[in-house]
Design a protein around this ligand. Structure first.
Ligand SMILES: NC(=O)c1ccc[n+]([C@@H]2O[C@H](COP(=O)([O-])OP(=O)(O)OC[C@H]3O[C@@H](n4cnc5c(N)ncnc54)[C@H](O)[C@@H]3O)[C@@H](O)[C@H]2O)c1
Length: 243
């Protein structure tokens, strides 16, 4: 079986300027695919054959609708995969969390996933949508309280299940990836190097995850090799949720 030959050829990646989204985009480009990279802050210094970048806020309905409607022309055909990595991570004790902070997580992570999925479903003829959840959906953490983040990532798991049911008949698969502690700029928002050492000491994998660990799972789910996988959440967490 040749896994590489089943990788998507035309891919939309959100949150593509940094971290996991960047690794997904680079992985798709490296295998000869074309990528429409969407981010709030595109990387002006990033250039590669097959890459097109657009600035957009995933929670901005008008802008996301506009950019997705341009995607088939920008990619030379309907995308066969959309990998939605854009997200925000905030944590604060419940009593100190404002309604505005709750709304930010819900707006970017929840509403953004809805809008990106809806627009993806309008332009994909047959293919896959991959949404980024987090292990925060599956386990509470006293040391890193992030009620809004956890709830927004739980919504993404439910969304993936529901959309798999709704879109399956049209040949569109929908799955979520739930990363654990992945070494990206997002992780450092909440953890000092000492905290990271303590967190990984009892993790089955005994290390942080890399962006490539997560990108590999995203690209697999986006590929034809995952043709019989839909409506599920893949944990890329070094065993965090299992242990
Ligand atoms: N890093 C981790 O440990 C970890 C763990 C669990 C889940 N995740 C999830 O993985 C995804 C990617 O995270 P990452 O670690 O690569 O983060 P990152 O901060 O490195 O990258 C996130 C990207 O999303 C973009 N972005 C933020 N808000 C946006 C918006 N409104 N519209 C468009 N783009 C926006 C940012 O500009 C940035 O380029 C996120 O959904 C995150 O919640 C990450």
């Amino acid at each position: 079986m040749d896994l590489n030959s089943t990788l998507p050829r035309r891919v939309v990646v959100t949150g593509a300027a940094s971290g996991i989204g960047r690794a997904v985009a680079e992985g798709a480009l490296a295998s000869g695919g074309r990528v429409l990279a969407i981010d709030l802050h595109p990387d002006a210094a990033w250039d590669a054959p097959g890459l097109v970048q657009r600035a957009a806020d995933v929670s901005d309905e008008a802008r996301i609708t506009e950019v997705f409607s341009q995607a088939p022309a920008l990619l030379g055909g309907a995308p066969d995969a959309v990998v939605h990595c854009a997200g925000v991570y905030r944590w604060k004790a419940l009593a100190e969390t404002s309604a505005e902070e709750w709304d930010l997580s819900m707006r970017v992570n929840g509403r953004g996933s809805f809008l990106v999925s809806r627009e993806a479903s309008r332009i994909i003829d047959e293919g896959a949508i991959v949404l980024l959840s987090s292990v925060a959906y599956g386990r509470g953490d006293e040391t890193e309280p992030g009620s809004a983040y956890a709830a927004s990532k739980g919504a993404i798991v439910s969304l993936a299940q529901q959309l798999a049911a709704e879109l399956g008949g049209r040949g569109i698969r929908v799955n979520a990836v739930a990363p654990g502690m992945i070494d990206t700029p997002m992780l450092t928002l909440g953890n000092t190097p000492r905290a990271v050492e303590a967190l990984t000491a009892h993790l089955p994998a005994r290390r942080l995850g890399t962006v490539d660990d997560v990108a590999a799972a995203c690209l697999f789910l986006a590929s034809g090799s995952a043709a019989y996988i839909t409506g599920t959440t893949v944990h890329v967490d070094g065993g965090y949720l299992a242990s």
